[in-house]
Design a protein around this ligand. Structure first.
Ligand SMILES: [Fe+2]
Length: 187
């Protein structure tokens, strides 16, 4: 089980480029009247917590990660971020709701790697194409993105999908319902 062993795994062709374009357009429509907000963990960006039109894809991604890990999962939440010039992702590990996570590229006009640190403290950077993603163990592997240089303010849109092991220590975080952590430190 490469995901369990390494803590991160590239997964290609999760959705088609056409499907990604449709979803990216819905996301842009949803935020078009909003200004980006500053978050010290990400810089300036837009964010959507559990947009309803991604619920079906959350279920499909769950099956993909279960297939690659042989772990039965429970969904916690999904979270879309829309990055622009100077956005970043500060190095961090995630809260318990993100035990099993996946970052899916929905729109990118610039190569912008997502980095992970492995168990030996070696850094690995992954550039994904649209429709591809990286599954990772969010509570274990530190991850980050360096500042995005997007001269023409192109957007970089990705969605996180988060799950917990249905039989693991974080199962009480299913549906992101554990009140001790709810709404804190979303990443
Ligand atoms: Fe994270």
């Amino acid at each position: 089980m490469k995901l369990i062993h390494d803590g991160f795994l590239e997964l290609n062709n999760i959705i088609s480029v056409d499907n990604a374009e449709v979803l990216a357009e819905k996301i842009i429509n949803t935020i078009k009247k909003d200004k980006p907000l500053f978050n010290e963990d990400r810089g300036w960006c837009w964010a959507l917590y559990k947009p309803v039109f991604l619920k079906k894809l959350m279920k499909e991604v769950k099956i993909i990660i279960e297939g690659t890990s042989s772990v039965k999962l429970l969904p916690t939440y999904w979270f879309t971020t829309i990055y622009t010039n100077n956005s970043y992702l500060r190095p961090h590990t995630d809260r318990p709701s993100c035990e099993y996570s996946l970052s899916l590229n929905l729109k990118s006009e610039t190569a912008w790697p997502l980095f992970f640190k492995d168990k030996n403290n070696v850094e690995h950077g992954f550039i994904t194409d649209v429709g591809n993603g990286i599954a990772y163990l969010g509570c274990e592997r530190p991850h980050w993105r360096r500042p995005l240089i997007s001269k023409n303010k192109e957007l970089y849109i990705q969605t996180f999908f988060h799950y917990v092991n249905a039989e693991g220590p974080y199962k009480s975080f299913a549906d992101d319902n554990n009140k001790n952590f709810r709404n804190l430190n979303r990443k």
